[in-house]
Design a protein around this ligand. Sequence first.
Ligand code: BGC
Length: 815
Amino acid sequence: MTDDMLDRLVGKLDLERKVRLLTGVTTWRTAAEAAIGLREMVFSDGPAGVRGEAWDERRTSCLLPSASALGATWDEALLRRLGGLLAAEAVRRGVDVVLAPTLNLHRTPLGGRHFECFSEDPELTGRTGAALIRGLQEHGVAATAKHFVANDSETDRLSVDVRVSERALREVYLAPFEAAVDAGAWVVMAGYNGVDGTTMTAHPLLAEPLKGEWGFDGVVVSDWAAVRTAEEPARAALDLAMPGPASPWAADLVRAVRAGRVPESAVDEKVRRLLRLARRVGALGDVPRRRPPLPDEGVRRLLRHAVAAGAVLLRNDGVLPLDPGGLGTVAVIGEHAASPRVQGGGSAGVFPSAVVTPLAGIRACLRGRGRVTYTAGPSTDAPPEPLDAGRCTDPRSGEPGLLLRCLDAEGRELRAERRLSGRLLEPELAPDTHTVEIRALLRPDTTGAWTFGIGGFGRMTIEVDGHVILDGTYPRETDDPAIVHVTPPLHTATGRLERGRHVHLVARRELVPGSGRATVLAAAPPRRAPDEALAEAVEAAHGADAAIVVVGTTEHDETEGYDRTHLSLGDAQNDLVRAVAAANPRTVVVVNSGGPVELPWRDEVAAVLLAWFPGQEAGAGLADVLFGRREPGGRLPTTWAATLADAPVTRTRPVDGRLDYTEGLHVGHRAWLRAGTRPAYWFGHGLGYTTWEYGEVDAPARIEPNASFTVRVEVRNTGTRSGREVVQVYLARADSAVERPARWFAGHAAVRAEPGGSVVAEVVVTPRALRHWSSRDGGWCVEPGTYRLIVGRSAGLVEHETDVTVGHPPEDRNA
Ligand code: BGC
């Protein structure tokens, strides 16, 4: 169907019908219009998996590693395959548009959604995101580049006004979106935040450069509930207000057009774009349903491979890889080994059907070969976990799970069903439901003071065997949908339980308008006495041939809607690592976090491996790396500070509503290099299991402006196993007439070689790397002259330097 045909379809609709299409009919669906053969289109989060329309633990989805882990792969081919997997999941769930990838940057380590973004670097983010977009869309499922733009932290995210220079915007924050549009993205999401005084859903940037200069011909959708007024976003280039049916557009846009305040041509253009999207995803006309394009290699195998490909080995004194045949006993230690965090918190969450824990992965690998012991060590300060079917039974059916009941104002049951989790985010409610009730029979496995938690807003109570232990009214103090509907704060109380003696838990939440959809019932056993738990871990480490300690962040630390306040793993975990390392020189620490954490013991342990939030195949992929079945493939997508105090850019808190990006272009490794300070680990750093020698570098001495060029770097595998090396190219310009980053990332190539083998890495540097934005000229410029070309293994580890001279543009030469 050509664009002319789309125009004819638009012409068939009157104003009301057109406007009706521009707001969702539900939280996740757009409207259908039978008169023109348009069906509803289904949207779903993204990016760690495709949840589908329901927040329901019974409808499971594949869970990928977090975006920070994918950013660490530096592997566009893998990202494309993972995009294909997301497409398969989307088709399976009847989803047309996946709300991924997130292309905001790791501007500060404190960003609450750091785990959901790829990198600190615009070039790496753009390439990674573009590959994922291609992988999704080549199967007819739309990708969504989000959140346009400068939505890099969470504090006051609905209202924050980001102040950022035009040049930094163009070169740093808009750049990944430009790459996404180049890759053909069909949808872009406008963020909640404002930039330079205008909220993004009504921002002129949607028109220029997005739709004009870059030629984006898809749909600009609002972030969920980000449209707050009818006219400005309608006059601006926003196309679709989500969710629905309530939205300022639904009620007011027709009136505004009739009164001449919004031109009807603007509405037509939005509808045309929506129909183009529908055509692309097969929602227009009589198109047969697509079949899921399953990855050839099998889903679990692909996800397992992705875990290893993103795992970053920060340090290794030779202990890794462990020899699975040569180990008597391995001591696995730490709560995260048995209960890893496999995904970050917030709208990206999905329900995996099963998770391979690090402990299970290690056990599977050593089965029949070595003995594995497990000790949890001291408890972290994690909030209680939502109850699940593994720990309690539904008192009515006696089956594993919990009983959800909808009650009317008199307490009469209107509806009931068994659920598998105490985290009920969008339960199906009967009409007239006044109270949501969750009942569970809990079998305590420990005696002592248990902590119970209830999450949600409004009046809530918890009873244990008929005794009320919590009764409070918690008014909603935010409009943020991710907090109201997904991660509401938990309120806790304690109660003493005895091991093996069942207790009947009843949690109730009264529904009042605006109190959100989520109700969460959580419970945690008493904390172990820290000294005892530590002593147990030390003893286990002592008697083992190697110790693997898994430490990580908690849901407190990394979740949408909140920024982090610190980067510490907490005393309990830091003390644990130190004590275990003192007891066993062969101590490997696996770090389970979505973003940077402080590793104060990093030089005292034999190896440090970053697992990120590894997704459902966590333990399988990690065991592959730990026992040498695979190399750790990851390189840091973001510079890690030794301490938060060292990090050059940390501010996330707006002042008087404004968040100034005063660092301008100097984000990530650029900021460290400018300050002349050393991080703990540089952008690009990561070890494999072999060693490399860098040889000859072949780069053109002179290049034309606006032309790509190739840098050829010979590398030789000097180790004893085959491996993959990520060769990186940076640029610098000391005597520039314009302000420049001290050094900026320009491109990379990954190569493989067998032991003793040499291979040439070909790094293509695109014209984008040599251009800068001139606000004075309102355009891109290339400064002629000599640039320093740096070949490195990270932003801080230089292997080779040379000069490359950029000629004058042809028009200057003729002058
Ligand atoms: C998030 C988006 C997400 C949307 C729908 C918003 O709160 O910022 O990333 O796609 O919710 O869940």
